[in-house]
Design a protein around this ligand. Sequence first.
Ligand SMILES: *Cc1c(COP(=O)(O)O)cnc(C)c1O
Length: 394
Amino acid sequence: MSRNQELRERFEKAFMPNYGVPPVVLARGEGATVWDVDGREYLDMFGGIAVSSLGHGHPALVKAVSDQVATLAHSSNTLLNEPEILLAERLLGLLGAPGKVFLANSGAEANECALKLVMRARPAGHVVATENGFHGRTLGALSLTGKRSIRDQYGPFPLDVRFVPYGDAAALREAVTGDCRAVFLEPTQGEAGVVPPPPGYLRQAREICDATGALLVLDEIQSAIGRTGAWFAHQHEGILPDVLTLAKGLGGGIPIGACVGLGGLGDAFARGDHGSTFGGNPVAAAAALAVLGTIENDGLLAHVRSVGDQLEAGIAAIGHDLVEGLRGRGLWRAIVLTRPVAAAVEAAAREAGFLVNAVQPDAVRLAPPLVITPAQIASFTGALPAILEKACTS
Ligand SMILES: *Cc1c(COP(=O)(O)O)cnc(C)c1O
């Protein structure tokens, strides 16, 4: 039996069945390349759900985390540490607007903070979120999540959340009445299959919220930290939210989440209103500082735009009848298929040495490390016709 198979069987016996049994046990990585426990090599075109922003084993991340864990691994929120302060200041600097930060440990926790901030700032009314949107699995975040298959078995939820079709400004305008507390939006829906809204939608959402006093909360947990070629996806539309949530790519693989309250929202909590034992952890903060510093020092935003264009052009040039089109921006894309065979494409890609994600039955998501090289992109687009062919016949 292969080592992969043996470990997968042990996983199945020791773990709850909520994930099924994933196909590969990873052992190590370097840049955008990973190896499994049997020594098989893969090009990581998915970055562990858009998380491994600097790839694997990046020297800046390794040094920052190693130095910090050897110096001080934890302070709790009863004491401070310097990295958490530097990180909050850095995030506010990148946003270019006054605000205040809460540090958490995951995306769902960042959204829980956003939700409580909204409840504090707007004590009554309903919340608007979008159909097929994803905001996390904890009960507060799940109540905002518009994907019925993961939501319905845990309801009803205590919050009045009304769902509108994503990208439909008229529906949003209708739902955001005077008693609406807030609108929660992803700048592009990630788990729904990298679905961007029509151009101008975020600007319209901003205007609609401004007209009624509702708060605009942008969930940039998947879309930020360079993924689209900008620090934050909302910067493409030139707007600012009232509340912003971050996680995934921020720590480059080390768990961290952040909720930023902009303007007055930064001061909506009173003392004692919220907390997290691990939030602001110095190792996680050091990792995030290394990620942000490397993106800036290595010009990775421009790199993402350039290899993102290369990826788009490479896929467009294939002209396979299984490819209907490509959605997304930068290094955050979905190959839209003409038939619901994304799982077969994912399996065929893995066979060929590429890790991709069947995010929807008819969409394959790509979110490789931001450091992926042009040669690696070319190797993927070069292999794609045979992968698609294999998926058609399997
Ligand atoms: C992944 C994700 C979350 C949840 O993050 P977790 O760290 O898994 O809790 C929330 N919102 C969006 C947009 C995400 O992509």
